[in-house]
Design a protein around this ligand. Sequence first.
Ligand SMILES: *[C@@H]1O[C@H](CO)[C@@H](O)[C@H](O)[C@H]1NC(C)=O
Ligand SMILES: *[C@@H]1O[C@H](CO)[C@@H](O)[C@H](O)[C@H]1NC(C)=O
Ligand SMILES: *[C@@H]1O[C@H](CO)[C@@H](O)[C@H](O)[C@H]1NC(C)=O
Ligand SMILES: *[C@@H]1O[C@H](CO)[C@@H](O)[C@H](O)[C@H]1NC(C)=O
Ligand SMILES: *[C@@H]1O[C@H](CO)[C@@H](O)[C@H](O)[C@H]1NC(C)=O
Ligand SMILES: *[C@@H]1O[C@H](CO)[C@@H](O)[C@H](O)[C@H]1NC(C)=O
Ligand SMILES: *[C@@H]1O[C@H](CO)[C@@H](O)[C@H](O)[C@H]1NC(C)=O
Ligand SMILES: *[C@@H]1O[C@H](CO)[C@@H](O)[C@H](O)[C@H]1NC(C)=O
Ligand SMILES: *[C@@H]1O[C@H](CO)[C@@H](O)[C@H](O)[C@H]1NC(C)=O
Ligand SMILES: *[C@@H]1O[C@H](CO)[C@@H](O)[C@H](O)[C@H]1NC(C)=O
Ligand SMILES: *[C@@H]1O[C@H](CO)[C@@H](O)[C@H](O)[C@H]1NC(C)=O
Ligand SMILES: *[C@@H]1O[C@H](CO)[C@@H](O)[C@H](O)[C@H]1NC(C)=O
Length: 660
Amino acid sequence: MCFSQVVKSLFLVFLLGGTLTRVRCLSFNYTLFDTIYPESGSGQLIMSKYSHIEFGAIQVTPDVTGAIPNYSGRVFYNNTFRLWDKTKGVTANFSTTFVLNISPKTSPGGEGLSFILAADTTPPQNSDGQWLGIVNASTNGSSQANVVAVEFDTRKSYQEDLDDNHVGLDVNTIYSEPQVPLTNLGINLSSSSNITATVQYDGKNMTLRVSSKDVFSWPLNLSEHLPEEVYVGFSASTGNDTELNCIWSWEFNGSDIGDSGFGGGGDNDLKLLWLWITAPAAVVLVLSGIVFCLYWRRKQALYAEDPYPGLEDQIRGSSTAPQKFLLKELRKATGNFNPKNKLGKGGFGTVYKGLLANKEVAVKRISKNSSQGKQEFIAEVTTIGSLYHKNLVRLIGWCYERRELLLVYEFMPNGSLDKFIFGNEKLGMEEPTLTWEKRHIIIHGVAEALDYLHNGCENRVLHRDIKASNIMLDSEYNAKLGDFGLARTIQQRGKTHHSTIEMAGTPGYMAPETFHISRATVETDVYSFGVLVLEVLCGRKPGNQIEENNYNSSIVYWLWELHRNGRILDAVDSRLNMEFDEERMSCMLILALLCCHPNPHQRPSMKTVLQVLTGEAPPPLVPTEIPAFVWPAKPPSFKGDSGNSLSESKRSSFTELTGR
Ligand SMILES: *[C@@H]1O[C@H](CO)[C@@H](O)[C@H](O)[C@H]1NC(C)=O
Ligand SMILES: *[C@@H]1O[C@H](CO)[C@@H](O)[C@H](O)[C@H]1NC(C)=O
Ligand SMILES: *[C@@H]1O[C@H](CO)[C@@H](O)[C@H](O)[C@H]1NC(C)=O
Ligand SMILES: *[C@@H]1O[C@H](CO)[C@@H](O)[C@H](O)[C@H]1NC(C)=O
Ligand SMILES: *[C@@H]1O[C@H](CO)[C@@H](O)[C@H](O)[C@H]1NC(C)=O
Ligand SMILES: *[C@@H]1O[C@H](CO)[C@@H](O)[C@H](O)[C@H]1NC(C)=O
Ligand SMILES: *[C@@H]1O[C@H](CO)[C@@H](O)[C@H](O)[C@H]1NC(C)=O
Ligand SMILES: *[C@@H]1O[C@H](CO)[C@@H](O)[C@H](O)[C@H]1NC(C)=O
Ligand SMILES: *[C@@H]1O[C@H](CO)[C@@H](O)[C@H](O)[C@H]1NC(C)=O
Ligand SMILES: *[C@@H]1O[C@H](CO)[C@@H](O)[C@H](O)[C@H]1NC(C)=O
Ligand SMILES: *[C@@H]1O[C@H](CO)[C@@H](O)[C@H](O)[C@H]1NC(C)=O
Ligand SMILES: *[C@@H]1O[C@H](CO)[C@@H](O)[C@H](O)[C@H]1NC(C)=O
């Protein structure tokens, strides 16, 4: 790695000969968003909360799992672009081409997407709806906003807005000038089709082409409106009506205007002199660099560099760490991480299929340079590494070498549960429908795994991210809980620490109180389990509730409505063709509802859940009226109107977990 860099710089020195200047342009090319790294260029993306990558595209607003009204998001390339230079009086040029796709989730959809240049990476507060994540009511029209956008608007949301299918140029405002309708160019933004757009700036005019048609070229002096260094990226929003705002690919090429202060005036003679002195010096430097690098590389093989000092000790410190592998062995096992062996991506890395000693394994390669990746790595190795249960994915081993963090798991031939219950609409793949028996076995398996984590092992473990995509299926369709990247261990005995940890989990599976207590508890795990059971039985996505007031759009609320009307069985996945035991089915649906009770104190423990599933305990009763979410929740001793007939033995109040 070091070697190739040296060769590259040597090459540059010769190539540039008499015109050596510092190369510092912003240029990158994402051909797809399967990984967080672009094919060329370096750096990652900065995403606002809940914007994410899914189905190989950037989802600027995250409505993948269900409608999320009133949301705004922003996604940027990590490094800034040097747009102009005050002292030199120059402005950079850029050209960017991206493929966008807007799929309405409601009819009509809303609100739109934009390419933006901005000083600030976080979307302004309340920039949802008509504001497109560009400005909000107080920053609209103010030079403080520091943002220039090319909008792709799918709603006529205020009076000056042209129509529901136009583009426009926005300078510190959402009032576009110019505004150009697209319908008469034969372009429909809301048609769920891929649309290629190119935005160019030549220092004087901003030009937009959409689907190979010139749309506008408008005079604009960007240096009058933006700071010298800006972030480039996308913003989008949804309102009452929602849509998926996706970016499939994105290339950006910006010219280099040099660093501020470098070279100051345009004194070419001086520059040349500087060059003739420095170029030979550079060659000498580079040559000695090569020698050093060869030596260093050798040494490398013996002592791997260690960006995470202490990581090994931390893992070895845990009593029963699994086997440690050599990077060489895992490279060989996966055909040098051949993309053909890719099983999927999740959490903070990519998973490859591999062959170790003639045994199939899954190797997870954690993205480099991700500090969260390191935490996840330690969490996985130290939590599941020491746990054995038939319903937990086995961690076979790990590897940490040359900045590579790798985890080796048993291979799960049937992949993850989500594709069986939701299918993959995007790819149009249809997995065989799981029968009622299989679904029952899966739910039972997950319940056993969770009970083991909560009550069965030495230290209590909170999984914190129970969801369909984290449940793996073996060849017999036995469920195995995996992905312990967010899991945390709590000392069962000894003191509990009272520290707050970062909020974690997946929208739709997070209990309503999470937004108040900002930490995981046994009860929040039970809630996610309840949502999972509903999904498995109803074949429906969890809906979203990224904020507590969106609770009402969730699967839980939907089911409670049906239960209230005495029609709970209407919720069952129609693909089952009514082939199931009605009594057991409604018992399980109601049990799941109880797990999702808004009041955490009313939720059953996993022990009780298991008893109900096996028929040892009677089916629970839940109120037909939807209980309101009240915070703080009433502890059990005050419960007056409880419909919960389960006589739980003593329930610990909030079980807090140790922060890191
Ligand atoms: C980006 O990558 C794609 C696919 O490799 C290629 O077709 C395209 O020309 C590249 N764009 C630039 C600007 O290099
Ligand atoms: C962005 O890049 C900087 C330095 O290049 C790095 O410290 C930071 O972690 C990166 N942020 C993200 C979100 O990747
Ligand atoms: C979205 O915001 C609008 C006003 O901006 C409000 O009337 C509406 O109730 C909100 N919708 C939801 C579901 O929160
Ligand atoms: C930007 O482009 C214009 C014309 O296309 C050119 O004259 C100018 O030198 C370019 N500026 C930079 C900084 O590359
Ligand atoms: C607009 O956004 C700014 C920055 O996020 C925030 O300080 C301000 O309160 C917001 N204004 C409104 C009306 O939400
Ligand atoms: C936003 O500000 C512009 C001025 O830049 C104004 O014309 C427009 O009416 C404002 N839009 C809204 C919705 O307030
Ligand atoms: C654009 O396409 C959507 C979905 O196909 C359709 O509902 C809408 O009427 C179209 N709009 C125009 C202006 O053609
Ligand atoms: C859009 O482009 C992506 C990536 O090239 C492709 O996977 C997807 O199928 C395309 N979608 C449509 C509707 O053409
Ligand atoms: C910029 O746009 C204006 C008006 O649209 C046009 O007259 C001018 O020629 C353009 N300048 C360049 C450099 O393209
Ligand atoms: C753009 O604005 C800057 C700062 O106001 C000014 O120095 C520069 O001359 C302007 N550029 C053009 C092309 O008008
Ligand atoms: C959103 O819907 C609510 C009623 O559900 C309505 O009061 C509000 O005006 C709508 N907001 C917008 C921006 O359309
Ligand atoms: C980027 O733009 C420069 C000119 O501004 C051009 O010389 C270079 O070839 C472009 N790079 C790519 C990858 O398109």
